[in-house]
Write a protein that binds this ligand. Sequence first.
Ligand code: TEU
Length: 513
Amino acid sequence: MTMQWWRDAVIYQVYPRSFADGDGDGVGDIAGIRARLGHLRDLGVDAIWMSPWYPSPMADAGYDVSDFRDIDPVFGSLAEAEALIEEAHEAGIRIIVDIVPNHISSEHPWFRAALADPEAKERDYFWFRKSQNMPTNWVGEFGGTAWTRVDDDTWYLHLFTPEQPDLNWDHPEVKKEFESILRFWFDRGADGIRIDSAALLFKDPTLPEVVEDRPHPFHDLDAVHDVYRSWRRIADEYEGRALIGEVWMPDVERFTNYLRPDELHAAFNFDFLGCAWDPRLMRDCVDRTLGAHAHVGAPPTWVLSNHDVTRHVTRYGRADTTFSFENNLDGTPVDLELGTRRARAAALLTLALPGSAYIYQGEELGLWENEAIPQDHIQDPMYARRGHTRDGCRVPMPWSGDEPPYDFTTGAPWLPQPAEWKDRTVQAQTGDPSSMLELYRSAIRLRTFTGHEFAWLDRGEDVLAWTRGTDFACVLNLSGTPVSLPEHRGILLASSPLDGDLLPRDTAVWLRL
Ligand code: TEU
């Protein structure tokens, strides 16, 4: 792989709370990850992205950071993190750490100082405002109000929970601090940074209300690009380091602004999350993505799931396959067999497109959303505000055994695992050629065409087909009835068994031409 490894990498998201537990407290940790690195090596991924592992009161599962230069004791120690980075590198796996610049924990020393004394310099690191009434009617990203009152006439801004006060990015100390945090992790061998909520950060200091057709007061303000230009200069001082933005942005042009040659190396493309299982929409999604990224010279990325959205086996098993926070957990029936079938096809789709693909832990096992988490177990702060919990996709991994906790822990897992996962453990799937796990392993191993040119192949409106270079094609049948294959010299991989020479519905195949 070249030094620009992020261009075609398969990147695996580790959600540390739920990957593997080394000490029996029911919460995953670094010891668990180190013990299970073999799984990631066998899967063949190029890099892992660690969701936050820093000290945190865990008001938002670690996205409320109180110290960016250490590790939360529930996950281990800084020394263990360094050991993990080293062991991953030895196994040929790069490490991406998650940095959350929009807000910090209300327990961070800065915010404590700011609260303790209205005259403290730290007040200016945040958005404190004096006002009789709530300063604006801004709605937070989790729903609910974005301001909390600290005394009679003073409020502070938090676009997420009150435990996540927003930082004031106009303040030079805030900029300086994050540049130093970047260096801290690059110096410890991190190969990349995932930037949380990358389009937020800046706010219009006049605090206007949100009005349609007017510039948004806190989303995608131009000043954010200067920050990423300076971060890019820092990354460039090292070798082979990537900045990867979490940029939720429906406007493609504004999205690709983040990917200009002197800004981020890559950004998550969430198009497939909102895209129905429909040939026309999916083709549009691919075209739009490829076109936009070619325009700025950045690698396209493909995302089917992550720790914020309903797992795609479940989404694809519903009548409405698109993701939104509102259309989930609404009791719509889920056909898991159909969902699994489509998820298998989607794996071959995203792994055969140009660019890099993200795998969310458990997706390689075909895990579905646990929609039956008892209310008193729900930890996600979004639940209280939006009535939707993201906990269903954060359930601990099943490794082996016939019943929970499937060797995830020797204790009680922090979220309950379905009893039906006994067929979805790593152990149960290993060596079974029909399993999701072996499909992923084969696809990642066979993915040697990554640099080759993409071209659509015309197989009719309801079939997505394309070539990469001269000797590879992927064909995905979305027509509802079996279709014939183009001329080929052999089948490399199929997401479901073929029907003689016919490609069944909701099936993808990789062909040697
Ligand atoms: O998510 C960012 C995020 O902004 C989404 O919630 C987005 O606003 C929403 O989906 C748009 O409708 C990141 C993390 O991935 C998430 O886990 C954190 O809770 C959040 O930031 C706060 O740090």
